[in-house]
Design a protein around this ligand. Structure first.
Ligand SMILES: [Zn+2]
Ligand SMILES: [Zn+2]
Length: 328
């Protein structure tokens, strides 16, 4: 196709539209997400893969920041491609091996092979390279400048905001909670192995990766949700409570996986709903499960995530008292 023919097709009111430099859609309506993904990797060049919040969403993760107007593509350090329009080009010195993601739910009535670029490498319809899930979550949390305000550990306003005026650690707490939730989710939902996540966190930059490294310590200990990580913070402030077992099967019992359990004190603390983990815990109904714990001689302390945050001191005293009453 000649330059003039393209120019004519994208004229005002013409049948095509220019999406990005050298990339055209052969229709003139709004772009669907799959068109934007495709255009983003074409713009990023042959080694580009979708990264960040869009990649986390493509891997089926729910706890990432919203996949907004901007799509991140990860390219190698020496790539000449630059951020343009809705595509943000992120560089890396250690590019991952991209996975091929198939757009299996194309918008009805819109052809998929609608994009082509002047460089001549024709897109494969509906197939998009994406960074692996472990890399996606780490890239999402370490590139702080790209994150929405509630994912950044510092205030985005120079004069502060009501949040940090009333509670100095506000932004860091929120950012850590979000980081923990996303990193826990990728392991909990088996989108990445523990070792893949460990490697990606270890490779993250020193400054940007600080919260990810904290979250990784909790995940290594066995935590699989943000409330469990926060419960772990609280337990670690105790003078005498040892580290509980996290999300392991109740000793001697199949099909029950308490969030936190102290075996010698026969004490269990639950902070998540049982359906959250998808362990297939047999007694998912609360009363039934409590009765079973009681029959086995275990004491159960339910703690809501909201209460854990609102009155940590009172919650810790209850856990400590229950632990001591367990006669350990
Ligand atoms: Zn603030
Ligand atoms: Zn849990």
């Amino acid at each position: 196709m000649t330059r003039d023919a393209v120019k004519y097709a994208i004229r005002p009111g013409g049948p095509w539209q220019r999406v990005l430099p050298g990339i055209y859609a052969t229709f003139n309506g709004p772009l669907a997400p799959q068109h934007r993904r495709r255009a983003a990797v074409l713009h990023g060049g042959p080694d580009a893969a979708i990264s960040g919040a869009w990649a986390a969403e493509m891997h089926g993760l729910a706890y990432g920041p919203p996949a907004g107007d901007t799509i991140d593509v990860l390219v190698s350090w020496d790539s000449a491609r630059r951020t343009n329009g809705f595509v943000r080009v992120c560089r890396t010195t250690h590019p991952p091996e991209a996975q091929l993601w198939v757009d299996d739910d194309p918008t009805r009535g819109v052809p998929l092979h609608v994009l082509l670029d002047e460089a001549g490498h024709r897109p494969v319809p509906g197939v998009v390279p994406v960074v692996p899930a472990a890399r996606a979550v780490v890239e999402t949390v370490v590139r702080r400048g790209h994150l929405p305000a509630d994912w950044r550990p510092e205030c985005s306003r120079t004069d502060g905001c009501p949040g940090c005026w009333h509670h100095p650690g506000h932004h860091r707490d929120l950012a850590l909670r979000n980081t923990r939730a996303l990193l826990c989710e990728v392991v909990q939902r088996r989108r990445a192995t523990l070792s893949a996540l460990r490697d990606e966190v270890a490779a993250a930059s020193r400054r940007g990766g600080a919260l990810a490294r904290l979250a990784m310590q909790d995940i290594e200990a066995g935590c699989r949700s943000a409330p469990e990580c926060e419960l772990r913070d609280l337990v670690r402030t105790s003078q005498f409570l040892p580290e509980p077992r996290w999300n392991q099967v109740l000793p001697g019992q199949r099909g029950i996986h308490p969030d936190a359990c102290w075996e010698r004190a026969r004490l269990v603390v639950e902070v998540d709903s049982r359906s959250f983990h998808g362990f297939g815990d047999a007694p998912t109904r609360t009363e039934e499960r409590r009765a079973r714990y009681a029959a086995l001689g275990w004491r159960v302390l339910p703690v809501s995530p909201a209460r854990l945050r609102a009155e940590p001191g009172a919650v810790l005293r209850e856990i400590e008292a229950a632990y001591l009453a367990g006669g350990s």
